[in-house]
Design a protein around this ligand. Structure first.
Ligand code: ASP
Ligand code: MG
Length: 405
């Protein structure tokens, strides 16, 4: 008998009628002879409301108590779904993170799963019942409730699928799969039948918000067969797997965009060893995640310009951090820009095919779009451009790489 993990996100359990529909979907899965573990998110909006409750109680809440509050959303949905299953004469039981137990470290608000003990659930599944597990939560060795970071029930589901060696892990959500790009911006965006872990990882971290990035990394590590599909429509969805089983495909799988970027340029940085270490060391101290970096080469070894990008939300901290070391470094100007968007083209075939960069840059040039910064990985090319042109850039790249058809 196969074991499958089904995860339902916030919009899939947003209200009681929706929860009843989900119960029917689970019934279908059981009628195919599968054993089922369900993982649920909180009802849509509930976790945000819980965050607000904590914030209006204190500006400096203990992180441990913050997690106790935040984890309650998933407690409600796991029990409501169990009740709905019971109405359909399906035997089920709710399981909170600590009851499984899902053991995590104690970094509240962003806890890492260390181990999932499988014995209780395995015994339970032998009785032909459905285990409905609350996502997003764990318990530390100190016996405290933890949460896994926003969107963390994707990670719960994948970790559970890995721990129980499930046949597959279905992530039910409000979109019907992973698209070549954002369909709200590019009308001709297409749903992908399949995509590799690596590509999905790049897409997820480059701003496509279908899955929590961490969950994709975890699926890749344990080779969990993931599928993203709609809870509202009966459609096949997108498989996220190790290797694509397609004879031929276009060189690019997807185009991602990330809006909340800020660009910083330090101009006139003395061209001496240790300057970059000084600058990025200072930013690292404040956990500021630097993304793209370019340094101009200096003439006569005098001075260079260093340009890099960070999340826009970190701009104030970055500015004050760098201004503190201005004297020490001795750069001349500090320039920031926030009207920028990062566009990334992603594709596994880039490893073997040349010419992707050429097509990308030519397409942007033909549309008079100026590139501020470029960065690349083995399967990705990213450019930073003015936010005025990002929709045009996405549409023309989508077409240039043959994804429209
Ligand atoms: N309820 C949590 C959140 O909103 C976890 C999740 O939905 O994945 O972030
Ligand atoms: Mg989610």
């Amino acid at each position: 008998m196969k074991l499958v993990v089904l995860k339902f996100g916030g919009t899939s359990v947003a209200n009681v009628p929706q929860i009843k529909k989900i119960a029917l979907k689970i019934k279908q899965e059981i009628s195919q002879g599968n054993k089922v573990i369900v993982v649920v998110s909180a009802m849509a909006g509930v976790t945000n409301n819980l965050v607000d409750l904590v914030k209006s109680t204190s500006d400096t809440p203990a992180f441990s108590e913050y997690d106790v509050v935040l984890s309650t959303g998933e407690q409600v949905t796991s029990a409501l779904l169990t009740i709905a299953l019971d109405n359909l004469n399906i035997k089920a039981r709710s399981w909170l993170g600590w009851q499984v137990p899902i053991i995590s470290d104690k970094s509240y608000g962003k806890a890492i799963i260390e181990e999932i003990k499988t014995n209780h659930i395995l015994e339970f599944l032998k009785t032909n019942q459905v285990a409905v597990i609350s996502g997003f939560q764990g318990i530390s060795k100190e016996n405290r409730i933890t949460t896994l970071g926003r969107g963390g029930s994707d990670t719960s589901a994948v970790a559970i699928a890995a721990a129980f060696s499930a046949e597959r892990c279905d992530i039910y959500t409000d979109v019907d799969g992973v698209y070549t790009t954002d369909p709200r911006i590019v009308k001709s965006a297409k749903k992908l039948d399949q995509i590799t872990y690596e590509e999905m990882l790049e897409l997820a971290s480059q701003g496509a918000k279908v899955l929590q990035t961490r969950s994709v990394a975890l699926a890749m590590k344990y080779n969990v067969k993931l599928r993203v599909l709609s809870s509202f429509e009966d459609l096949p969805g997108t498989y996220i797997i190790k290797e694509e089983r397609k004879m031929e495909k276009s060189e690019i799988s997807g185009i991602a965009h990330s809006l909340n970027e800020a660009k910083i340029t330090l101009s006139g940085v003395p061209d001496e060893p240790g300057q970059a270490a000084e600058i990025f060391g200072a930013l690292a101290k404040y956990s500021i995640n630097v993304d793209m970096i370019v340094q101009s080469s200096s003439i006569n070894h005098e001075a260079t310009d260093i340009t890099f990008t960070i999340p826009e939300s970190d701009l104030m901290t970055a500015e004050s951090t760098i201004k503190k070391i201005q004297k020490k470094i001795g750069f001349r100007k500090f320039i920031t820009e926030t009207n920028v968007v990062k566009i990334s083209v992603i594709g596994n075939s880039m490893r073997t095919q040349s010419g992707v960069a050429k097509t990308m840059f030519e397409t942007l040039a033909n549309n008079q779009i100026n590139i501020h910064v470029i960065s690349t990985s083995e399967i990705k090319i990213s450019v930073l451009i003015s936010s005025d042109y990002y929709e045009l850039a996405m549409r023309s790249l989508h077409s240039a790489f043959g994804l429209d058809v």
